[in-house]
Structure formats: C-alpha cells, structure tokens
Design a protein around this ligand. Sequence first.
Ligand SMILES: Cc1ncc(COP(=O)(O)O)c(C=O)c1O
Length: 360
Amino acid sequence: MTRKFNFHAGPSTLPLSVLEELQAELVEYQGLGLSLIETSHRSPEYDEVHNRAMNLVKSLFGLPDNYKVLFLQGGATMQFSMLPMNFLGPNRSADYINSGAWAKKAIEDAVLYGKVNVLYDGKSSNYMSLPDPESITSSAGAQYLHITSNETIGGVQWKSFPRTQAPLVADMSSDIMSRPLPVDQFAMIYAGAQKNLGPAGLTLVIIRDDLLAQEQDGIGAYLRYSTHAKNDSLYNTPPVFPIYALSKVLTWIQNSGGLGAMEQRNREKAQVIYQAIEQTGGFYTCPVDPGVRSDMNIVFTLADSQLDKPFLQGSEELGMIGLKGHRSVGGFRASVYNAMPLEGAKALAQYMVDFAEKKG
Ligand SMILES: Cc1ncc(COP(=O)(O)O)c(C=O)c1O
C-alpha cells in the first residue's frame, strides 16, 4: 500500500509508526492473551498506559505540580459548555476573543451561563487577523479570558499570548503539542485529540488548581472538572483506545525531539507551502494577515475559481487528499499537523508551482 499525503483538518494523519505499533498489538497486547481495549480500565496493564500518557503530557509541556491533566470525552465542543458551566453563573462574567468560527461557537455556549464580554471581534478583517496580545486587558472581575490558539477554518494562529489579570483559557484543538508553550501563562488548555494527539474520542484538558477552586456548585458528576481531577480521569470508563493511542503519539513526539523539534518541523513545512503561494504572482492568494498565518492550517484560494476543480482533481491523482477548504469558506486548506512529513508539504508545494506554471 502507498499511503496518501493526508491534508484533512481532522481526524487527520497520524504517525505511521504509531499505526503500525497499534496494529501489531491490537489482537494481543504484550502476551496478555487479549487486546488492551478488551481489558478492564482498572487493570494494571491499562493503568500503566493511562499513567504513561498522563506523565508524558506533563513532561512534554513541563507542567508544574499545580496543574491537573484530565482525559475527557465530548470533544472540544463539550468544553464550550463545560467551561462556563463550571466557572460562570448569573453573577459571574468572562472575557472572550472572537477570532473566527470556533471562537464564535465557544461564545454562543458561554452566553447561556453568564455574562460574556467580547474583548475583540475580528469581523472587520473577516476574521483574517488577530489582536496584538499586548493590547488586551481583561475586564474587572472576569472569571477567565478565552482564546482559540489556532482557528482551524480561518487559518489564523496566535504567535504569543495575552498576559492579563483574568486566568487565560485556550481552545488548542488544532495546534496542541505543535510548539513549546509558556504553560504558566495558561490556567486551562483543552483540545479534541483528533488532530495532533490521536484518534477522535478523547478530549485533553489541562487545568490549574486556582481555576479548579472556582468551580460552581450544583453540577452533575461527569460535568465537574474536580470529579476527574480527584479520580485521575478514572471516575468512569475513560476512552481507553484513544488514550492508548495518545500514549504512543506522545512517545513519538518525545523520541522526535519534543515540542521544540515539532515547532521547527512545522514551521519549515508551513513555510514551504506559504512560499509556493507567494512565488506564483497572484495565482494563489492566502487571505490571512502574514503575522498570524497558521503553521497548522494553510488556507488559500485560486485567482480563477474555474480552476478549483482541476486543481483538486490533479492533487488527488498525485495522492494528496483533503485539500478542499471548509464548506463554510470554500477555497483550499492544507492541514499540516505534527504527523505530516516534510515530504508531504514539499510535494504539495511542488504541485502548486507546477499547476500555476501550466495554467497561469
Ligand atoms: C479549534 C477547534 N475547536 C473546537 C473544535 C471542535 O472539536 P470537536 O469536534 O472535538 O468537538 C474543532 C474541530 O475541528 C476545532 O478545530
């Protein structure tokens, strides 16, 4: 089998070595006579995997002891409501930055639980830019400030982060573990796993004790962060398969040189593609403000939209899939998460240049 270069935005490409290890162990895990996903989540074998994944999250990010790592379900979408459910209320407020489609969804849920102050709305730039982090001041009494570190649809990415009075919370679904982070600037980070961390079905939450202490009363057990924090994410049956895969993806990140190495590789891949866009003299356009272009999701359009179909078809013939832009914006989007090899980015850039020469 020849594996395709998979540019889908998520679920997305995973490291081949991780898939191969999972395949090799799937029917029988380490002489157990059964698969790891058939064993109890209270078994010593599963416990070891669960703890390994948790410890790798801590060590890769260099998390201090006052942070808890939680393995939840419900996707990042559940966090859009779980976060305000836990920390907002009729007399509480939070600050949000509206940077695009995903931030908007987070805001739509938050307003159901308390007062929301939108500190910045990217509407005037059609969500193709971001505010200067230094210019952001949180509102008096805000429980937290919510940002979306990378807008998966718009292709805008924060390059540094606000430092405000209000605890910073970030939806990092589409760029988690893609670069080192100043973790102590964040009170909470959450991400659906299905881009940089593993298969769908797991949501990673990292939360600091001082924010955890602000939890509201009257919330059902599963929906309280403290339930999972107190039980090491074993209050109920956790999503064992994605956590098992996560432990392998994180080992792969560690063996590849950690988050610094991921960042370097991701920058290089993104630059190769942005360079192809820039060098073709208007044949392709990236509408995003150059200062905040995403290293994960590269969006572009063709000047002549009549060429969209042949462009897509030609890419698929060469084994490159998933380049069609999100249905809400059209155009094209190349998602180049951690597991996309540099050769994939180079193949796409070469195809873009060749196509422009042929059709331009
Ligand atoms: C930035 C961002 N936030 C939230 C979501 C929603 O995630 P989920 O499908 O895990 O609920 C996505 C999904 O692509 C996303 O990219």
